[in-house]
Design a protein around this ligand. Sequence first.
Ligand SMILES: [Ca+2]
Ligand SMILES: [Ca+2]
Length: 172
Amino acid sequence: MIVLNPGAPARLYRNLGDGRFQDVTRTARLGDTDGARTALWHDVDGDDRPDLLLVLADGAARLLRGNGAGQFDDATAALGLDFGKPIVAAAFLDHDHDGRPDLKVELADGRLLLHHHLGGMRFETVELRPASSPSARAADDRVAELEARLARMEALLRATGAAGAATEGSGR
Ligand SMILES: [Ca+2]
Ligand SMILES: [Ca+2]
């Protein structure tokens, strides 16, 4: 069990199986976990030992491979987890249903990437959604504003139409 502490290193506890937990942070060799805000357990390399993906306070990801003896090795570089921009969200899911969970990450620049699992420690990065440019965001805002205005006009027309029908009715 990993406990995340905003602004402080994460702490790792081992379940002793009798309802007690032992703090194994010091012996687990987790390295830098300062301000980690996301922790995902997943057996990335398929060796039946749980690995740990962390997203740190600055949005950088780290992958810690479990060695089965309660310690972890940093495999961040091997996994190619430097996406150039801070990560705002990350999740493991099998995007293409090939039985190997892939890593989906959303970056601060609006990009949505699929870190497609090819087997073992091999991954390829596929862009699912490009970065949103400031002009694209402004255009989206304009479309949203126009839609809102249209909705208000439709509501007004409906109200006016109903009032008109009522007036006709009362005229008889
Ligand atoms: Ca593993
Ligand atoms: Ca997959």
